[in-house]
Write a protein that binds this ligand. Sequence first.
Ligand code: SAM
Length: 349
Amino acid sequence: MTGLPFPRVRPATPALPEGATGLADQFGRVARDLRVSVTDRCNLRCTYCMPAEGLPWLPKPEMLTDEEIVRLVGVFVALGVRQVRLTGGEPLLRRSLVDVVRGIASLSPRPRIAMTTNGVGLDRLAAPLREAGLDRVNVSLDTVDPAEFAALTRRDRLHDVEAGLKAAATAGLAPVKVNAVAMRGINDTSVVELLQWCLDRDYELRFIEQMPLDAQHGWDSSTMVTAGEVRARLEERFTLTELPAEDRGSAPAERFLVNGGPATVGIIASVSAPFCQACDRVRLTADGQVRNCLFSRTETDLRGPMRDGASDAELVRLLQGEMWRKARGHGIGDPGFVQPDRPMSAIGG
Ligand code: SAM
């Protein structure tokens, strides 16, 4: 057992309007971007995500099988999802990942398939994943300073991540994106070096603010490095030109041309300037729970009904019910905000 009290809800009668189609919510947003967590396990221990000792992992019988994942993604695709991002935990730790990608790529209409990974092991897997149908990859890398990397991830795997990034580019998983979180006192002063490193290798860097999703509940708004701070630091070395907001769509990153372009850098102010209004995401956890928001405190179980023989039409109603009740915003900063019980690694970042 995980020891974490995972909320599970099966809405008996979702308050959906007659004839509702797709994955709409009551505020008019429509989900088109599905994040699928294929495992809750990870081989790094990033301080903003997991405790040093790790977490009690999901027992195998509770995890969706490859066939179950592909079937459920097919139901999402039939409801209008057009992009599927595989995540975790660390998705590369799922032994059958290449088969999962191949299964999703065989759906019709075929969704775009992306993956968020820490890059450890990607040197071996980039080519087979590409061949199976993976289109794009985001590699999480917060610093290229070996001591900072070890302090942040509690592992000495920087070389593996670098090799993974190289292999992704060689395999044609372009544009290769790098995701970074700036942590005060660890890597907040080296963001300039990270950007220069990415520019030199043609990787597209995006910073994201640290969110209250760590298993240890150690997040503190007063010490969080804000998007504004990251921008100010980068501007000490680079000229950043803001790209028009209309180019942004539902993408959360504010994007800037670096030194006149064509290279860009993104800064995601998920806490200080949330983009909930434009959110088009929905999440499926490794144990088959649907979440309408990273910060939701409830979720809808699809695994149970599916294993009990639910038809696709029944799964559709469950999914639509979950999406319909999506909150207007994530609520971080509201007086009554309570962090979700599941940490980021168990939801799928
Ligand atoms: N293991 C994969 C990886 O490292 O990319 C996928 C899962 S990880 C949870 C996905 C992303 O979430 C990573 O880029 C990680 O940096 C980010 N992340 C984890 N905890 C976070 C937090 N508390 N705030 C902001 N981002 C976080």
